[in-house]
Design a protein around this ligand. Structure first.
Ligand code: NAD
Ligand code: TDX
Length: 347
């Protein structure tokens, strides 16, 4: 099978490719990525030179570029990860979110429709639980929950979900959607809560907790999300949505405190000294109070279940960041952007 993955140099896409390219030599994978600030081609170093893996640098917002890649590679399956993904950035500057998440998804849908005029192919759209908005203290998001996004990011993802479903219903495009809760694990850009806190702990910088730290997220280890997507691509029903979550609700402050404890254990630092770094800062505008996923549909229909617990996954993640400080340094410096332009400028 020829599988085109968009956004495969980002956090979840790179974990997906690192897991599946070596496991499935019978499939060929094309990674279509614009290499924005959030991407790191070094995350894919182990795939370089593999016969069943190709990287293409291109921007989803450029429709002619998307068409050219489709004409050259003629994918049979598209797994769509590419997006602007950080809520705080969407508040500071929403335009790239509308461009990539809405217009970019539209371009991808049109390229799929052109390549698959008679209902062949499959577009799998990777989305988020944030499209459902905010939960109070009780309840779970199911596939039937009404969309009610709060941030420019989640509104743009909601729009992309609606476009994908509309192309399925109106044009008969074979589509599937997964809406997943917060991911964590190796290769996550250190702007998101968990890697940001790990880095700040290692550098003894303040740990900025928004509001009172009482907002709740449902955390899923990234490898479990990747397995869920693969299960839906293969066994999920066309036209259906599957919610994916870790049954692992945590208050932000508790996550930060657990990270203090793990970093103390792993590095020999004093836990009390690390806890003193917790700093309460101004809350995020429109901050969703609680996310929690009802994942019974994917569990029942496809037999998927998370393998990692939050305790084991969090320790694995801290160890990964401790062992890969060069990766962190590379994504944070201007040297990294220069390296990208030198190596990928012409592609
Ligand atoms: P990320 O920000 O780490 O990576 C995004 C990738 O998309 C980068 O490699 C970037 O270069 C690429 N990209 C951005 N704009 C592009 C464009 N115009 N053309 C081509 N490539 C472009 O994101 P992530 O955390 O890996 O998230 C992947 C997907 O999963 C997103 O669609 C996101 O909404 C969704 N999701 C993320 C989470 C999470 O917790 N991170 C949870 C649920 C769903
Ligand atoms: O410095 C911080 N301090 C803080 O208290 C940061 C960066 C975050 N937070 C809080 C805000 C959230 O309640 O921690 C929680 C998690 O924040 P993020 O890591 O920014 O994730 P979130 O806003 O929940 O969105 C994430 O999960 C769903 C991803 O970024 C999205 O791409 C995904 O769709």
């Amino acid at each position: 099978m020829k599988i085109l993955v968009t956004g495969g140099a980002g956090f979840i896409g790179a974990n997906f490719l690192n897991l599946l390219v070596p496991r499935h030599p019978e499939h060929s994978f094309v990674n279509f990525d614009a290499l924005t600030y959030a991407a790191n081609p070094r995350s894919l170093a182990e795939l370089e030179g593999r016969k069943n893996y190709t990287f293409v640098r291109a921007d989803l917002v450029d429709f002619e570029a998307v068409r050219a890649v489709f004409a050259q590679h003629r994918p049979e399956v598209v797994v769509h990860f590419a997006a602007e993904s950080h809520v705080d950035r969407s508040i500071a500057g929403p335009r790239p979110f509308l461009r990539t998440n809405v217009e970019g998804t539209f371009n991808l849908l049109e390229a799929c429709r052109e390549l698959w005029p008679s209902g062949e192919g499959l577009l799998h759209h990777v989305s988020t639980d944030e499209v459902y908005g905010s939960l109070g203290p009780a309840g779970l998001f199911s596939e039937e929950t009404k969309y009610d996004p709060s941030s420019p990011y989640s509104a743009s993802k909601a729009a992309s979900d609606h476009l994908v479903r509309a192309w399925g219903r109106t044009f008969g495009l074979p589509i599937k959607i997964t809406n997943c809760s917060n991911n964590y694990g190796p290769l996550q850009f250190p702007e998101k809560l968990i890697p940001l806190m790990i880095q700040n702990l290692l550098e003894r910088k303040p740990l900025p907790v928004y509001g009172k730290g009482e907002n709740v997220r449902d955390w899923l280890f990234v490898g479990d999300h990747c397995e869920a997507i693969w299960a839906v691509v293969h066994k999920g029903r066309v036209g259906q949505t599957y919610n994916v979550g870790g049954r692992s609700e945590q208050r932000n402050l508790d996550v930060v405190k657990r990270l203090c404890a793990i970093v103390a254990e792993e590095t020999g630092a004093r836990e009390a000294e690390l806890l003193d770094l917790v700093t309460y800062v101004k809350d995020r505008p429109g901050h969703d109070e609680r996310y929690a996923i009802d994942a019974r549909k994917i569990e029942r229909e496809l037999g998927w279940k998370p393998q990692e617990t939050f305790a084991t996954g969090l320790r694995r993640t801290v160890r990964w960041y401790l062992d890969h400080q060069d990766w962190v340094a590379s994504v944070r410096t201007g040297e990294y952007r220069r390296w990208i332009e030198q190596n990928y400028g012409g592609r």
